[in-house]
Design a binder for this molecule. Structure first.
Ligand SMILES: CC(C)(COP(=O)(O)OP(=O)(O)OC[C@H]1O[C@@H](n2cnc3c(N)ncnc32)[C@H](O)[C@@H]1OP(=O)(O)O)[C@@H](O)C(=O)NCCC(=O)NCCS
Length: 243
């Protein structure tokens, strides 16, 4: 069993090959629930089905690192706010998770507290970032983006996007939180600091954010509100070793 202390977050990362690893995919299909297999079958493109299968299998394998439960035995359900959580088996110590996947990459986080969210985005995705920022970001975030030299805007856009997603996923309410009701600021670049301003009741000081890159293409953000948010630590782990 793997140790996961109260102030630790484990970030599992899995680069999805093109084509995906056939052995991993075959193993993944043996681990998914019937509902997950049905979702896989509903995808029109094989690529999307593989991304879904590998991500959800990775999550099951990762959870089994922390409890004597086989990966296929986990029963997951959607909580009242829409966030997936463990329904069974009952565990002695709380175990919480969040999952994110994008074209070519999947990540999940595990921790001992509920408010934990992760987002990964492929920065090669074709986007009109000014337009999306105008539509979804808080005014101060759009303004910050516009203030940057054009060569830095794409990465900064994905930085804010993944932070916003990680926050709403950690909270659990997803997109029912208005995206302009909270705002990220970056007081210093070196070391990179992230500050959250929110008009919601939840005190922004209790939140911690962590940012990572995988190679040139992927940006990952984690949002966490833990019992000891100021002292949280993230350990990055390779999920390919689990298959
Ligand atoms: C559903 C949502 C929670 C995440 O969507 P996403 O970024 O497209 O997808 P991700 O891969 O990061 O996360 C999906 C996983 O999050 C989990 N998830 C779903 N609802 C969730 C919720 N309310 N809270 C936390 N996690 C959730 C699930 O495990 C899901 O996996 P699945 O779709 O394979 O079942 C929601 O934020 C959304 O629809 N976002 C759309 C994008 C957008 O407009 N973002 C604006 C950012 S500025």
């Amino acid at each position: 069993m793997r140790e996961l202390g109260p102030s630790q977050i484990h970030l599992w990362q899995y680069p999805i090959g093109d084509p995906p690893d056939a052995r991993h995919l075959a193993r993944a299909m043996t681990l998914l629930s019937d509902a997950e297999k049905n979702r896989c079958a509903a995808f029109h493109m094989e690529k999307h089905a593989a991304e879904y299968a590998l991500s959800h299998a990775m999550l099951r394998l990762a959870l089994s690192e922390y409890a004597p439960v086989r990966p296929e035995q986990w029963q997951l359900l959607t909580g009242e706010k829409g966030k997936p959580e463990i329904a069974a088996p009952a565990l002695d110590t709380p175990l919480c998770f969040n999952l994110s996947h994008t074209d070519g990459f999947a990540v999940c986080v595990a921790g001992r507290f509920r408010h934990l969210g992760v987002d990964v985005e492929n920065m090669n995705r074709r986007t009109s970032h000014q337009e999306l920022a105008q539509r979804f970001f808080a005014p101060a975030e759009s303004e910050y983006l516009r203030s940057l030299p054009p060569s830095l805007q794409r990465e900064a856009f994905f930085r804010i996007w993944t932070l916003k997603e990680a926050y709403i996923k950690a909270d659990g309410r997803g997109l029912s939180i208005p995206l302009d009701s909270f705002c990220f600021r970056f007081p210093t670049e070196n070391p990179a600091q992230v500050a959250l301003e929110s008009n919601a009741q939840s005190n922004p000081d209790h939140w911690s954010f962590f940012e990572f890159r995988h190679g040139e293409d992927y940006r990952i953000s984690i949002g966490a509100k833990g019992p000891a948010s100021g002292t949280l630590q993230v350990l990055r782990l390779e999920a390919a070793t689990l298959f």
